[in-house]
Design a protein around this ligand. Structure first.
Ligand SMILES: *Cc1c(COP(=O)(O)O)cnc(C)c1O
Length: 364
């Protein structure tokens, strides 16, 4: 039975589908890996898979055991292991469950050589380090990779790289240049673009794109809103006011007293705190909506509660709906704006949604 504490995360599968379709129209001719790592950025791996089951060209995630679970649940599309295998023992699953796997280092190739089966093709994404400097082969290590690949005669290879600043000022040209220098006369398939590159750098679409954050309806850009990009929020965090305090000017609110009332105020207490995944470092003034009106937080976020200014929302009282982010009964608040106020990105807000928050499906 669903508990009575009013906090809910509402996940909208139709929004995930609509955002996937936008990724499709913005990646003309490309195949699309729906990135569902990190439990679909906090939206629930299975909810995302169900939303896109008949739709996605492929699913991309991290853990081999999750890929196997998808296969066992009947997912027939390609499945990509974004960081490849973490141990030699995972080669068996790659072969048996027809997983596509990134190879970013020689050791992974050696595991695959040792565990390959002659009759089985292997689908490999050879990752090139074009300047992110996390994973992938460089000019120094790539010759060895090509050498090892000769011992995987049934491998179908795609070249991939990942952009460090597709959403920022540096852009991608400098990385594309390095990528081309590494790739040499490669004419085979490519996979380059994350959400930011899909939306801003059509030159980088290559053969397969890898949208993540855009599927969940947040913007990859600090300077362009999700709504302006045509994205629909897939996660709404909603709750209710459970108490109201009328306080005098000069009174403080919450732990540490970081907010002092400049005037007599009505303060609404919301059933949501950092143990639910709401960022504790969200400062005074972080946006939220109450009973259809935008307002902002006051005082420090505590474990189970946060406070907001409802002085100018006379209709607000115990039971009033609150939208922490997304599109709810309380109003509309872009997750990107909450994240910006808290000095983070919507990716982190979504991924931090706590297991104790009950999830409901659909729109309000
Ligand atoms: C997470 C990830 C993506 C998706 O990035 P978004 O910014 O969420 O679109 C794409 N490619 C790789 C390799 C990733 O790890």
């Amino acid at each position: 039975m669903m508990g009575r504490r009013p906090l809910r995360a509402r996940i909208d599968p139709a929004a995930i589908r609509a955002n996937y379709r936008l990724a499709q129209t913005r990646s003309p001719g490309a195949g699309i890996w729906a990135v569902i790592k990190a439990d679909a950025y906090g939206h629930g791996q299975w909810r995302a898979v169900e939303a896109l089951r008949g739709e996605a060209d492929g699913f991309a995630l991290l853990e081999c055991e999750n890929a196997v679970a998808l296969r066992e649940a009947g997912v027939s599309q390609p499945i990509l292991l974004l960081e490849g295998i973490f141990a030699a023992a995972e080669v068996t699953a790659v072969v048996e469950y027809r997983l596509t796997t990134v190879v970013h280092c020689a050791e992974q190739l050696e595991w695959l050589i040792a565990g390959q089966r002659p009759e089985q093709p292997l689908r490999l994404y050879l990752k090139l380090n074009s300047g992110m400097n996390r994973l992938g082969f460089t000019a120094a290590t790539l010759p060895r990779a090509w050498e090892l690949l000769r011992r995987l005669p049934r491998a179908e290879v795609t070249l991939m790289t990942h952009f460090a600043d597709a959403d920022g000022e540096r852009g991608i040209d400098w990385q594309l240049e390095r990528f081309r220098a590494l790739a040499g006369d490669w004419r085979g398939p490519l996979s380059l673009a994350n959400s930011a590159a899909i939306l801003r750098h059509p030159a980088a679409h290559g053969g397969w794109t890898r949208p993540g954050i855009m599927l969940y309806g947040a913007s990859p850009f600090a300077d362009q809103s999700a709504a302006a990009l045509g994205l629909a929020p897939a996660m709404t965090l909603e709750s209710r006011i459970i108490a109201v305090q009328d306080i005098a000017a000069g009174e403080r609110v919450g732990y540490g007293g970081i907010f002092t009332a400049p005037r007599p105020m009505r303060v609404g207490i919301v059933a949501c705190g950092y143990a639910d995944g709401y960022p504790r470092h969200a400062p005074n003034g972080t946006p939220l909506a109450v009973a259809g009106q935008c307002t902002s937080t006051v005082g420090r976020v505590s474990m189970d509660l946060l406070a907001c200014d409802v002085t100018d929302i006379p209709a607000a009282g115990p039971g009033s709906p609150v939208t922490l982010w997304g599109e709810g009964e309380g109003g509309t608040v872009p997750a990107d704006e909450v994240a910006a106020a808290a000095g983070t990105i919507a990716y982190e807000l979504f991924c931090a949604l706590a297991p104790r928050v009950p999830v409901v499906l659909g729109k309000i």
